[in-house]
Write a protein that binds this ligand. Structure first.
Ligand code: HEC
Length: 270
């Protein structure tokens, strides 16, 4: 084996450490952006950004600046906002790719930025998030996708199947897939939400039930899962589940310390 000079060795080690940032430097073509999932992007924005940013023209600055017109603008150029010295000094013009790098890990990209988020935005949500932001801040030259109309009947005396028919059909005729990642390994199981309010699974030890609540959320509990405690409760707005979308990974949660849960919907049932 050749002995590498120390400097080269260090450089190659550093290169390894840098893999996540390299991952951030994907090329976001207009084609990929215009085909990105609008609903995924909106959800990512609501979950990760909306506490601190508004997007619409004339929206107010919150903890972070209003972002209307941000694509193509110089970083730190909104006159009414007090930026960190680090961002003000950064010679950046925001493009989709430049934003991609920033959002993958803001503090690593611009050390000293005052934008403190608990974690970078993972892929593929980041692409969808950027496409959504471009559409909502006037930075996209493609049309906003037409969203399927969600049918909701406000009459609460009626059963869920009649009030939220698209939600009902989606959840009752398709399969929910879970992937649970812990230090001990990974568990994949499928679950079926049934019309009688029960949840069954292809993993015999896992069972559960689901109910609509008074906020029109649907809440469910799964138990017998191999975590401590061995149960999980999640609630989602029924309207959010009314647009049929299929992917192995549509949402993620942390039901317990050290447990990462990924949920998705697969078409059909056995
Ligand atoms: C906890 C509040 C907070 C959250 C959450 C947050 N930001 Fe920020 N954001 C800020 C602050 C504060 C700044 C200004 C940073 C600075 O001056 O260093 C900023 C700056 C920015 C900028 C640069 C604006 C400019 O004028 O140059 C962009 C773009 C941005 N944020 C996008 C996002 C996106 C997208 C998300 C969601 C993934 C997000 N931010 C989440 C607080 C936040």
């Amino acid at each position: 084996m050749h002995r590498l000079p120390a400097a080269l060795l260090t450089a190659s080690l550093l290169a390894n450490v840098y893999i996540p940032v390299a991952d951030a430097q994907q090329v976001l073509t207009r084609d990929a952006l215009s085909r990105a999932d609008y609903v995924v992007g909106r959800r990512a924005f609501q979950m990760r950004c909306s506490a601190c940013h508004t997007l619409a023209d004339g929206g107010s600055s919150l903890t972070g600046p209003n972002l209307w017109g941000v694509i193509g603008s110089k970083a730190g150029s909104r006159g009414d906002f007090k930026y960190s010295p680090a961002l003000s000094a950064a010679e950046i013009t925001w493009s989709a790719d430049r934003l991609d790098r920033f959002l993958a890990d803001p503090l690593r990209d611009i050390p000293g930025t005052s934008m403190a988020i608990p974690e970078g935005v993972p892929n593929p949500d980041r692409l969808a998030l950027i496409a959504f932001m471009m559409l909502e801040t006037g930075g996209a030259d493609w049309p906003k996708p037409e969203l399927p109309k969600v049918v909701v009947d406000p009459d609460r005396s009626k059963p869920v199947s009649e009030r939220f028919p698209s939600f009902w059909n989606h959840m009752m005729s398709n399969t929910t897939r879970y992937r649970m990642v812990t230090a001990g390994g990974e568990l994949v199981f499928r679950a079926w939400f049934n019309a009688d309010g029960s949840i069954t699974s292809d993993n015999k030890s896992i069972r559960g039930f689901w109910r609509p609540d008074e906020r029109d959320f649907f809440c469910y509990a799964l138990y017998g899962i191999p975590t401590k405690p061995d149960q999980l409760v999640e609630c989602f707005p029924m309207v959010a589940m009314s647009i049929p979308r299929f992917a192995e990974q549509l949402w993620e949660s942390k039901p317990a310390e050290g447990v990462q849960l990924y949920g998705g919907i697969l078409p059909g049932r056995p």
